[in-house]
Ligand binder design. Sequence first.
Ligand code: AMP
Length: 543
Amino acid sequence: MIQGNMQVEKFNLISIMKHAARWHPNVEVVTNTVEGGIHRIGYYALYQRIKKLANALDRLGIKHGDVIGTMAWNSWRHLECWYAIGGMGAVSHTLNPRLFPDQIDYIVNHAENRFICLDITFLPVIANVLDRLPKLEGLILLTDREHMPDTSHISIPVLCYEDMLADEPEDYDWPEFDENAASSLCYTSGTTGNPKGVLYSHRSNIIHALTAGGADVFNITAQDSFLMIVPQFHANSWGLSFGVPMVGAKLVMAGPHMDGKSVYELATAEKCTVSGAVPTVWTGLLDYLDANQLKLPHLRETFIGGSAVPRSMFERFERDYEVDVIQAWGMTEMSPLGTMNRPLPYWDDLSYEERMQVRCKQGRPAFGVDMKIVDEDGNILPHDGETSGKLMVKGPWVIERYYKAEQSALDAEGWFDTGDVANIDEHGNMQITDRAKDVIKSGGEWISSVDIENTAVGHSEVQIAACIGIAHKKWEERPLLVVVKKEGMNPSKESIIAKIAEEHAKWQLPDDVVFIEDMPLTATGKIDKKPLRKMFGDHYKDL
Ligand code: AMP
């Protein structure tokens, strides 16, 4: 083999922020803060703080490969944590504060977090499970001295982030290491059982970001002001924490303020041109705009993904507000970009109706993701837009194995089964038709139907229970519990919900319980949810 004569530079995420600081020093990162008020900082000043933080973490004894948790809304401080921790060779691990306490302590212990950096508002969440986190050495509160809460009840050291940074030097020698080194970790609870960790590398994140910015993907340029609503703890913030600074675009972060009014005010004040969030957030914004007869003068485009984008959302955005909607599909295991639904030349010849039908599909993969649909025996299915099969993917930012798993997550030919069922049409547009697993998607979060069912049948008067996702105007889907009572028993709805609440967070609880005589079962004796969905599909229609 003859080697090329080009420079070899190992990918390290910190190079993105170095670039942003050097070439876009005054472009701002703007945050609607947890403490209240808007905070702004340029990329240059942000990078100086990232170096201070790396020094502070060195002082704490953080070493290459150590895992540091973060439980925080989107903010400049959270971004600093990601870059400093990753840049020094440690691993930043996002913790989703919406998880049930049992899942939080499982994840913190499984990932062996040494420290957790957290927003002040999440102190009670961690305090609640602290006695179950034996390896956790300390907490770092992402705030300044003025906003430090009382931490006298916390049994491990609690540090104030701004105090930590205050006296540190603004120089830091970033180490050189293998570009396949882990940079960040995100757990997904899409299946039953314990959540599973997806461990991204510097290489996978940078290649993903390079693609994500492309014109047929997120199409972000230095002229943009990007409103990043999708939380950093959700699927690697869709790669935007890397993709936006990489091109020197302004980065605007909604923090915890995702209601329609807050999003409208931030987007307008910061002249945001592009944004990305799950459908639920956009429903809130559209309702607010409708009710107050407002417009979005600067927003040209928004990406929507995480669950299917309803047709009405395309229409409302485009007809009423002149904002283009682009549907995206992906998953935590894919960093998360899978497909985008961008126009192709043949759309010019389609009627409005035909075009709408295509736009409701999930789209085509960019270079870097390969995709196929197969039947149960692994045979490749045709791209005819009708035949559905298991959606399989591969590529340099697709998972190889879950964190600490002994076995690969891939089949013998290196394909990852997404768990989604889809068809692909002759133009390459993929459409999700079902989820192989019956998890319920509520406001962008997963609710495991089987977990709810397992708890419900723990009720002494419940014979069998099925939990299904029912379409819901605000949350996309909400769980409904369908119950067959034990013979001669008459359990109340309230007592069943109370039973489930013993082991589940409030937002995971079914909104209603309905009783039926016989549970439909499949040939193999499993609950058949299809007829139930048909029967109760409109159950939350009027909510
Ligand atoms: P997560 O890892 O939490 O981001 O969830 C990934 C899953 O969300 C995928 O496997 C899909 O089932 C679902 N999903 C993501 N985007 C879409 C979309 N645009 N349409 C339908 N389902 C989606």
